[in-house]
Design a protein around this ligand. Structure first.
Ligand SMILES: *Cc1c(COP(=O)(O)O)cnc(C)c1O
Length: 364
């Protein structure tokens, strides 16, 4: 059996171990130290965010974003239905009510008209909009609606590090945003996340809450409760090394997508909307039917090639069966017919060609 071709495996840049060794040499093997400061600085300068707080996960970043923005029981939070569970589980942590909004055909991300409908019907306090698979949502339309209905904008940029909308990095459009450095993201720290914001008080609060909310006193004094969400200095050392190659990774992901598109001209790919630059974190294609998709997926699997159906929409998940949802059928179709193709940045041309040949074979 040939070695497995994964969807998006970790791809180290080369400096990560050196920075980990620095952390060991300093004996800063804890959630404090210069690797964290360095990693935060490099993400700030790459994205243009004013503040960045390194955390244990992207889910933690979204949880802090909701808590800091005062989202609690009885509040309603609109979210993209077509997303990963980590995007919306924090709504449950805060005992708030999620309201799911479907995708539109030309972005696969949140449909602005349906979002407006959700605002009229439910008066939500906040929105978590996901930039899925490295591709920006329609931010002009969405920001407009947030302003008109007074909705706090939080961006789930966990999959969109390196992606831009109108030359501005995704995650810089609202009050705060979450990045993720989970194992299969465009860069990884083995696990981790970051909260981005332009608001100094939010950044301070995020640091405070992510380190158990300790007040200023020689002993441990607490006027509120927090979380153990801060990133460790060791993990940050990996992130620091990964940031050095992020631009290369984005270029390679885009190159992989371009090759797939060229070699599979009869399949529809995830759109890159006007005025945006996506990373194509995962190259995603649509088949004509679920049967075709499954044939392709199974044949790829038989050759030890990993592929995966697109995210199952949140409004279809048993855990959210009672949550309000505004649905147009788009994300259900994407889930039914769509497939994520291997998109690892260490892939060779012949591996891409093997994936393509296998798909064409399945299509007969
Ligand atoms: C990965 C991911 C998250 C969660 O990030 P973790 O670091 O795994 O907690 C949230 N939303 C989306 C869309 C993701 O892909």
């Amino acid at each position: 059996m040939s070695k497995r071709l994964f969807l998006s495996p970790p791809h180290m840049g080369g400096s990560e171990l050196k920075y980990i060794q620095e952390a060991f040499a300093d004996n800063y093997v804890a959630p404090i130290g210069s690797q964290i400061d360095n990693f935060e600085e490099s993400v700030k300068s790459y994205t243009g965010a004013k503040y960045a707080v390194a955390l244990s996960s992207g889910t933690a970043a979204l949880h802090l974003a909701l808590r800091i923005n005062g989202i609690g029981a009885n509040d309603k939070v609109v979210a993209s239905s077509f997303t990963f569970i980590g995007s919306v589980a924090p709504i449950m942590y805060q005992n708030a009510t999620p309201i799911f909004v479907d995708s539109d055909k030309d972005s696969w991300n949140m449909n602005p008209e349906l979002f407006e409908e959700a605002c009229k019907k439910h008066s939500p306090k906040a929105l978590i909009v996901t930039h899925l698979y490295g591709m920006s949502a329609k931010m002009d339309e969405i920001i407009n609606i947030c302003n008109r209905y007074n909705v706090i904008l939080i961006e789930d940029a966990a999959e969109s590090l390196g992606a831009y909308y109108k030359q501005k990095h995704t995650g810089l459009f609202g009050k705060c945003a979450a990045l993720s450095f989970n194992g299969n993201k465009i860069i990884t720290t083995s696990g981790g996340g970051m909260l981005l914001t332009d608001d100094e008080s939010i950044a301070k609060e995020a640091k405070f809450l992510s380190t158990q909310a300790r007040d200023n006193a020689p002993h441990y004094e607490h006027t509120t409760y927090g979380y153990n969400y801060r990133m460790s200095n060791i993990v940050a050392a990996i992130g620091r090394g990964q940031m050095e190659v992020l631009s290369d990774r984005v270029a390679k992901k885009r190159e992989i997508a371009a090759k797939y598109k060229k070699l599979l001209p009869n399949l529809e790919f995830m759109p890159e909307i006007e005025n945006s630059k996506g990373t194509y974190w995962l190259s995603c294609v649509l088949f004509k039917s679920e049967e075709q998709r499954e044939k392709a997926r199974m044949l790829l699997e038989s050759k030890n090639i990993e592929s995966r159906p697109l995210w199952k929409p949140m409004h279809m998940q048993p855990v959210f069966k009672d949550a309000p949802a505004i649905i147009n059928g788009v994300s259900e179709d994407l889930f039914k017919n769509g497939l994520c193709l291997p998109s690892g940045t260490a892939m060779s041309d012949s591996e891409i060609e093997l994936v393509v040949a296998t798909i064409l074979e399945a299509l007969g």
